[in-house]
Design a protein around this ligand. Structure first.
Ligand code: 7PJ
Length: 296
């Protein structure tokens, strides 16, 4: 397994183990907060729905809850900052004592600031903290930062993604933003990186990156988070665009974990936790057997 300078990720109120004998890949569960909706009869708010979903994730063994109030799917229209805050903040207040690290999926410094003040443990930024002032405002907290690579902007990023060398380009961007974070006074122990599957990438780009997750992580010396769950690449590979993407997403998560990814970001938490447990029992048993046969 890759050796890191540190075997933990500083994540607000938590220190997450990301290496060493006690390590197992961490599962980040996606909690999308949609605008309030009214169902027949009673009032069914998005806050109630989000809390229920978070409770289910916790029972299923989630390690980090990733709260997002801005849809960043390809082609999605932008959400005003006030609306993003209105969606996300009540969920942070409702879940901050739930016993799990809370990550906030946002690109906006205003949302980052309020989320950190309310007790968020991690900021997950699909734009890799390119917004002016975002790194500076996080300096004095101890939250984790997930630096993700995205080419272009969500509305247009899938129109014609192009790279000289996708793995080299993505690695260079992540290294540059990690250096900018350190320059801004943020310890490397608070950083993780993400190649940003599906964010300005063709299927071929995504497969190149997935195959080289281990190399990218090694080159940066930072824990890598892989978000493959329900992405369009899964539908493209199965050839069933409208079908359930769970099985394909599980295969992708296990492959990323087998390449050394430290965190997987998923929608299907219970299924992913089970799959990782089985994979890891077999993988660590094999390592153990190999050590017995060939003493160091
Ligand atoms: C990702 C994300 C991802 C990280 C989204 C979706 C689109 N954050 N936020 N990595 N994807 N770090 O879930 O399909 O891949 S939103």
């Amino acid at each position: 397994m890759t050796e890191f300078p540190a075997n933990s990720l500083q994540c607000g109120r938590y220190r997450l183990v990301i290496d060493g004998p006690a390590f197992r890949p961490l599962v980040m569960g996606v909690l999308n907060v949609t605008p309030d909706s009214f169902s027949d009869g009673g009032r069914f708010t998005s806050l109630d729905a989000a809390i229920t979903q978070a409770e289910t994730m916790i029972e299923s063994g989630v390690d980090i809850i990733d709260i997002g109030g801005e849809s960043t799917r390809p082609g999605a229209p932008p959400v005003p900052v006030e609306e993003e805050l209105r969606r996300v903040m009540p969920v942070i207040y409702a879940l901050r004592d739930a016993g799990k690290p809370l990550s906030i999926d946002t690109r906006r410094p205003e949302v980052m600031r309020e989320a950190i003040e309310a007790g968020a443990d991690m900021i997950n930024d699909i734009s890799g903290f390119r917004a002016e002032g975002s790194l500076r405002l996080l300096r004095d907290s101890d939250c984790a930062l997930c630096i993700m690579h995205m080419q272009g902007e969500p509305q247009t990023m899938q129109q014609s993604p192009a790279y000289e060398d996708v793995c080299a380009d993505v690695t260079a961007f992540l290294a540059q933003q990690a250096a900018a974070a350190v320059e801004a006074g943020i310890s490397r122990q608070r950083l993780c990186v993400d190649p940003g599957f599906g964010f300005g990438k063709t299927l071929a780009h995504n497969l190149d990156l997935l195959a080289r997750v281990g190399e990218i992580q090694q080159a940066l010396g930072l824990p890598l988070l892989a978000g493959l769950s329900r992405k369009s690449m899964i539908a493209k590979l199965t050839g069933k665009p409208d079908a359930d993407r769970t099985a394909g997403s599980l295969a992708a998560a296990l492959f990323a974990a087998s390449q050394g990814a430290r965190i997987v970001r998923v929608h299907d938490v219970a299924e992913t936790v089970d799959a990782l447990r089985v994979w890891q029992a077999a993988a660590s048993h094999r390592t153990h057997e190999t050590r017995k046969q060939r003493p160091a």
